[in-house]
Design a protein around this ligand. Structure first.
Ligand code: SAM
Ligand code: SF4
Length: 328
């Protein structure tokens, strides 16, 4: 049982780690076109990440997601994956990736003990894909997805962010793609993290309920009680094992059963995706080798976890950090 409990009685057993703020893509909803990334000395070393993860697992965390930025562009990330894959007590080591490096990395991730992989895929049209990611090559991502499927992970899932007028005509094709491959797909509402100038977030906002009704015009969906340990609500089909999930930070607040915290690439422990409450764990790991102090800093941080987030697309973003910093 986790020793990490917040003021509202929520048990924290899930840690998301942003292993880098860097990325080979510049998705329009995630980053500005010109990004300044953190200097190397401000980023946690792989050893520091491993040490923090170990202490979290000793405190009862059972699931770790490696994310970023793009986790697979961090140099030597596989050594971290291998070490985490052997941590006693960690049940689920999982990763979220844009898939660009998966064709070569998938077998290594499987061997290292990664159980589940989420691949972000917002379009099946190469030109549109390039447009949304600014730099991405769809064929590489599809090859990566295929390589992951061939490895027999417990699950390979697609994540899609839908922007009205940009890729909302791909909702049904993306669902058909997931069904054809026997995999799940989760649709994520865009969140106002960081300043972007490329589109107006409120004008492009596509609520989960609208995505769902577009799907229901083609397929019958049935609600399920399936829980992957994250905030998605899942639906199933009559005629396919695939499931459709919805992550709806705006339209269906999911804070009540929040079980997770995030470690940013620079070592800030974020207690909530939509608030700035955080503790600087980099300062702790760089000032002492004593894990009992690190442990205490983590336990104490739980007292800062806010009850819920509040997103407003029309206001200036209250959260100025981008998703790549946050560990989305
Ligand atoms: N680079 C990896 C990837 O794209 O899968 C991992 C990091 S990325 C920040 C994690 C997830 O966050 C992706 O599925 C991405 O679509 C999503 N994301 C990024 N910015 C977002 C935003 N502003 N609102 C909602 N989802 C966002
Ligand atoms: Fe990179 Fe992922 Fe952000 Fe896209 S969503 S820019 S792939 S970190």
């Amino acid at each position: 049982m986790t020793e990490l409990v917040d003021k509202f009685g929520r048990r924290v057993n899930y840690l998301r780690i942003s292993v880098t703020d860097r990325c080979d893509f510049r998705c329009v909803y995630c980053m500005a076109e010109e990004m300044t990334f953190l200097p190397r000395n401000q980023i946690l070393s792989l050893e520091e990440i491993q040490r923090i993860a170990r202490v979290f697992v000793a405190l009862g965390v059972r699931k770790i997601r490696l994310t970023g930025g793009e986790p697979l562009v961090r140099r030597n990330v596989m050594s971290l994956v291998q070490q985490l894959g052997q941590l006693p007590g960690l049940d689920q080591l999982v990763m979220t990736t844009n898939g660009s490096q998966l064709a070569t990395s998938a077998p290594l991730l499987k061997q290292a003990g990664v159980k589940r992989i989420n691949v972000s895929l917002d379009s099946l049209n190469p030109e549109r894909f390039r447009n949304l990611t600014r730099t991405g090559d769809l064929s590489r991502v599809l090859a990566g997805l295929e390589a992951a499927l061939a490895q027999g992970f417990e699950s390979v899932k697609i994540n899609a962010v839908i922007l009205k007028g940009r890729n909302d005509d791909e909702i049904v094709p993306l669902v058909a793609f997931a069904r054809d491959n026997g995999i799940d797909i989760t649709f994520i509402e865009e969140m106002p993290l960081g300043h972007i100038s490329e589109h107006q977030r409120d004008e492009c906002f596509m609520p989960s309920d609208e995505v769902r009704s577009r799907i229901e015009a083609h397929y019958q969906l049935h609600p399920t009680t399936h829980n992957s340990g994250g905030p998605a609500r899942y639906y199933r089909f009559e005629d396919s094992p695939s499931k459709v999930g919805f992550i709806s930070p705006h339209s269906h607040n999911f804070c009540g059963d929040c079980n997770r915290v995030r470690l940013t690439a620079e070592g800030r422990l974020l207690l909530c995706l939509g608030n700035e409450h955080s503790v600087d764990l980099r300062q702790v790991v760089r000032s002492t080798d004593d894990d009992t102090l690190l442990r205490q800093a983590i336990v104490d941080a739980m007292g800062l976890k806010p009850e819920q987030h509040y997103f407003d697309l029309q206001d200036e973003p209250q959260i100025v950090r981008f998703m790549n910093m946050t560990g989305g």
